[in-house]
Design a protein around this ligand. Structure first.
Ligand code: PEP
Ligand code: MG
Length: 583
């Protein structure tokens, strides 16, 4: 038995057979010599390979564009531009002529040089190394006719746990979806296509696992997509433990699926709002059957990151209109809350061209970014005002990131006044009165929420950032992982302040940070008066199901719970308290 620890990007629990999946081209390139006479024919083969790849890519771009998969479209367009660079074909042809080698060999050698150059660089350039690897594989695949393959027949016959070093968009599109029990990869990320596919399929995915030498086809594997554990060849005791766990988990999934149509409410019929956090538009497909209360947080960073130039106003307008129409539900009426570009330590657009910051979480954030990159934000504000015309009964609401005081709020509002002025001048149709809200992500915002909510139409509590600024502990750094205490009493106090301010001004306060995904904390959330939550799509069905078994802790029981939470001295004490109080 071997246990590996990775990073979960899609939860779930499964047990099944491993099947290694490899790109046809990875380490499998035909190498042979050719004679002088064969050179013209080989160059012709090479050109045909380029043409065939161009055709495949055009198809991919079309699929991506039809499904509004902007990210995939962008990736395929980048690959297309590389393929169309005459320098690339020339270099490869020259190698065929000079070294008298077959086309695949020359492709592999030339592109390897590019990969090696970009591999050593930083940030965006490293991504280019991946793009070149993908391009090489596509070109090689044009000769073999395969774009990826299972390394044993199991993967073609039965659902398996797909184990791969890396999954590219091409590979994902080529794996029959019904054959996937889970994905286990070395490379990955929160927004890669494999991740999105895994999430929309509802299958677990764990990345960050060393694949080489550790797995073989038909190994018995357990993927625990809650803890990020992958267990290969479990011993008897572990197998038994997981058999029981998996059975329980599957039963719960079935029960939750049966309740999918019921609106979110507690055991005592208290209706709460349960909305969705969306980070890429592809997720909208996965939520179409959920009975939800709208999009509580549309993160718009996907439109701005990993690109050389900012998106145009028109591009954004198309996207917001699409999201609005898709998320409004068949009968319309569901609000969509769109957050303006939220820049930060891990999300700085390349085109900002900012020098390294000393303390990124305390520098180019919120309203400061609006002042520094006015044009970028102006285009976004104009696109949103125009798209709001298409809300079918459900409002488009805008959300300002990282607002700490009235000056920040004024900066955002000034931006929208300027956007309206321009649209009027351009005689373009737009909706003038869209509700605006603030993210409460700093202690200052929570403390000042009574003042801020007099003005703002609603607030979202961004507990991920609120916690890091409250505890002065970075949200993503291993050094302070222990200090980043998911439910610190100080955080509860700040949330409670915001909830009270919301009540005072009759404004909605929605909790949209990760903490809202922990069902065991809901008795406390309900007790302090929270009635609106926005959670990741993959957490939604279970949470709604769990809510149905809960009641707001009343009287002495409620008071005790709150008192104990405030008195908890350690993370462990907090965990013990809530694990016990749940259900
Ligand atoms: C938060 O900070 O809690 C939040 C929802 O925003 P993000 O995670 O996008 O920073
Ligand atoms: Mg935040």
């Amino acid at each position: 038995m071997k246990i590996f620890k990775g990073i979960t990007v899609s939860p779930g629990l499964v047990n099944g057979l491993a099947c290694l999946y490899a790109d046809e081209a990875e380490g499998n390139v035909a190498h042979y010599s050719i004679s002088d006479e064969q050179v013209p024919n080989e160059i012709l083969r090479l050109k045909q390979g380029f043409d065939k790849t161009r055709g495949t890519m055009q198809e991919m771009v079309k699929i991506a564009s039809d499904t509004f998969d902007k990210k995939a479209e962008e990736i395929f367009n980048v690959h297309m531009a590389m393929l169309n660079d005459p320098g690339l074909l020339n270099k490869i042809s020259k190698l065929v002529e000079e070294k008298k080698v077959n086309a695949e060999h020359a492709i592999s050698d030339v592109i390897e040089q590019y990969i090696n150059i970009y591999k050593t660089k930083q940030g965006h350039f490293q991504e280019l190394a991946h793009d070149f690897a993908d391009l090489r594989n596509r070109l090689i695949a044009s000769f073999t006719g395969l774009s990826g393959h299972f390394e044993c027949p199991e993967g073609e016959k039965h659902p398996v746990i797909v184990v791969a070093k890396r999954l590219t968009p091409y590979m994902v599109l080529n794996i029959p979806r019904e054959n996937v029990l889970a994905f286990v990869t070395k490379e990955g990320g929160y927004t890669t296509h494999a991740t999105i596919l895994a999430q929309s399929l509802g299958v677990p995915m764990v990345f960050g696992i060393e694949i080489d030498g550790n797995f073989q086809c038909t190994d018995n594997l357990i993927v625990d997509g809650f803890t990020g554990r992958v267990i290969s060849c479990p011993d008897e005791q572990t197998q038994k433990h997981y058999d029981e766990k998996i059975e329980k988990y599957n039963k719960r999934r079935q029960t939750c699926a049966l309740k999918a149509h019921i609106p979110p409410k507690t055991k005592t019929d208290l209706r709460v709002k349960l909305k969705l956090n969306i980070s890429v538009p592809e997720e909208l497909e996965a939520i179409k059957d959920f009975n939800h209360d709208g999009i509580g947080l549309l993160r718009t960073e996907f439109l701005f990151l990993e690109r050389e130039n900012p998106p145009t106003e028109q591009e954004q307008y198309d996207m917001y209109k699409y999201v609005l129409e898709k998320a409004a539900g068949p009968n319309g009426g569901k609000p969509v809350t769109v957050r303006l570009l939220d820049v930060g330590a891990d999300k700085l657009p390349l085109f900002f061209n900012l020098p390294p910051q000393v303390n990124p979480d305390l520098e180019m954030k919120g309203a400061r970014a609006v002042e520094a990159f006015h044009g970028v934000y102006l285009a976004q504000a104009k696109a949103l005002l125009r798209a709001a015309v298409h809300s079918r009964g459900g409002d488009l609401r805008v959300l300002y990131p990282m607002v700490s005081d009235m000056t920040d709020l004024a900066t955002f509002r000034k931006l929208f006044s300027a956007a309206k002025k321009e649209l009027r001048k351009e005689k373009v149709k737009f909706k003038a009165n869209i509700p605006d809200g603030i993210m409460i992500e700093t202690p200052a915002a929570a403390i000042m929420s009574d003042v801020l909510l007099k003005e703002a139409h609603f607030a979202n509590i961004g507990s991920n950032d609120l916690l890091q600024y409250t505890l002065a502990a970075s949200r993503g750094h291993p050094l302070v992982e222990k200090r980043y205490h998911i439910l610190h009493p100080a955080l509860i106090k700040l949330i409670e302040m915001a909830v009270k301010a919301g009540k005072m001004h009759n404004k909605e306060i929605c909790l949209c940070g990760e903490i809202g995904s922990f069902e065991e904390f809901y008795p406390l959330f309900l007790k302090i008066g929270l009635r609106s939550f926005s959670v990741a799509a993959l957490k939604f069905p279970h949470l709604k199901c769990d809510l149905m078994h809960m009641r707001v802790p009343k009287g002495a029981q409620g008071a005790t719970l709150l008192k104990k939470a405030y008195a908890a001295k350690t993370k462990e004490a907090m965990d013990r308290l809530f694990r016990k109080s749940f259900k």
